[in-house]
Ligand binder design. Structure first.
Ligand SMILES: Nc1ncnc2c1ncn2[C@@H]1O[C@H](COP(=O)(O)OP(=O)(O)OP(=O)(O)O)[C@@H](O)[C@H]1O
Ligand SMILES: [Mg+2]
Length: 359
């Protein structure tokens, strides 16, 4: 080990700041270095695995030792864009991997292994695409609402004039219908236009906002539904527009109550989460607010489109609630995600508390 010191990075090295997991092996495939990202990825302690044979030190790499030997023997680097590293029966870790043999000044060969977790990248790409599509569809709906808004005002005004001028009762009734329907349409158009102001940011206690939501829901809560809370007391205040977030929470929780159809449990849960990526931005600290219900769940097909405007399965729904909630949360730099199976649907609202400023 001594001979290789010149090329083996020391603890606290710049490699420890990398997102890529780096592990170095000597010719006999013993571990000579493991950076902080590799400790995280393989759930090992660099100190404990130092000098150990890699197949014993890192179970995820056991099946790859043949490849490592091949690399050392041929001196040719190997790259795999998508590699599944398995440990026993666990869910495989999907990474892109590169194995590079390096010969030091004394002619000794070492192998540098690099692993970049792919799930994070795939997630960022998927999220970016979804958010871009969501944004586009919202713009289409907003454009449509704008076009309808002006003539609708004219229509209502004309019906009012007609109502005033007419002495005929049946004509009055008809104009009343026009006015009433125009008002209904106006409310829909206003919702289609969505949030029309920028967030007014101030320090906000998430739990106080959730308690307010709970009180509002409690006003006419069906007797078969209970609302539970599981709040993380360590959650710091966030910077947000209270009214807008309450609106977003209400839209999500309102759906949960609709879905449960009078019977079930609504859970409001909070957690402080470290190192979370939202869109392409990595945040040091994020508030996660889960709104969970025990309703029938949302099919995978439906899950793919519920955040789009005008998507609904309810006879009296407009399909705007979640689209508006996502827009509100996005304007706070956050994101809403959904996971669902029968009996357990979770809408998670992620809101940044502290930002790394990078990706
Ligand atoms: N917790 C949930 N459980 C089951 N289905 C849900 C849940 N939340 C949302 N959905 C599904 O997502 C659809 C879209 O929800 P969204 O809030 O956008 O519109 P809506 O509730 O149908 O109408 P609106 O909110 O505009 O009155 C719903 O119609 C429903 O099918
Ligand atoms: Mg809704």
């Amino acid at each position: 080990m001594k001979r290789m010191r010149s090329v083996i990075p020391k603890p606290g090295h710049v490699l420890d700041g990398m997102v890529t997991a780096v592990v170095c092996l000597d010719e006999a495939l013993n571990v000579t270095y493991a950076n902080a990202a590799s400790e995280m990825l393989f759930a090992v302690s660099a100190r404990q695995i130092m000098g150990e044979p890699v197949d014993q030190a890192i179970a995820h790499l056991r099946e790859r030792t043949g490849r490592f030997r091949e690399c050392i023997a041929t001196g040719v680097p190997l790259s795999h864009r998508e590699m599944r590293l398995r440990k026993n029966g666990d869910e495989p870790k999907v990474v892109s991997g590169t194995f590079t043999p390096i010969t030091d000044r004394r002619g000794k060969v070492q192998l540098v292994l690099e692993f970049l977790p792919l799930d994070r990248h795939l997630r960022i790409t998927r999220e970016d695409q979804l958010l871009a599509q969501h944004q586009l569809s919202r713009e289409v709906v907003r454009g449509l609402a704008h076009e309808v808004k002006n003539p609708l005002g004219g229509l209502r005004g004309a019906a009012q004039l007609l109502q005033r001028k007419s002495s005929d009762d049946s004509a009055k009734k008809l104009t009343e219908i026009i006015i009433r329907e125009a008002d209904r349409l106006q409310r829909l158009v206003d919702r289609m236009l969505g949030p029309n102001r920028r967030p007014e940011i101030s320090s906000l206690n998430v739990h106080a906002a959730l308690e307010h939501v709970r009180e509002l829901l409690a006003v006419d809560l069906p007797p078969g539904i209970v609302i539970d809370r599981d709040y993380d007391p360590s959650l710091p205040d966030i910077l947000a527009d209270r009214e807008q977030l309450v609106q977003a929470f209400l839209n999500i929780a309102g759906n949960a109550l609709d879905a449960m159809d009078g019977q079930g449990e609504l859970l409001l849960r909070t957690r402080a989460k470290r190192q979370v990526t939202i869109g392409a931005v990595r945040h040091k600290l994020v508030a996660q607010i889960d709104i969970c219900d025990t309703g029938p769940g949302i099919s995978a097909e439906m899950q793919a489109k519920i955040f789009y405007p005008m998507v609904t399965t309810r006879a009296d729904g407009t399909g705007l609630g979640l689209s508006i909630a996502q827009t509100l949360v996005r304007s706070h730099g956050g994101l809403i995600e959904c996971e669902s199976q029968p009996g357990n649907t979770v809408f998670s609202v992620f809101l940044p508390i502290a930002c790394d400023g990078g990706s």
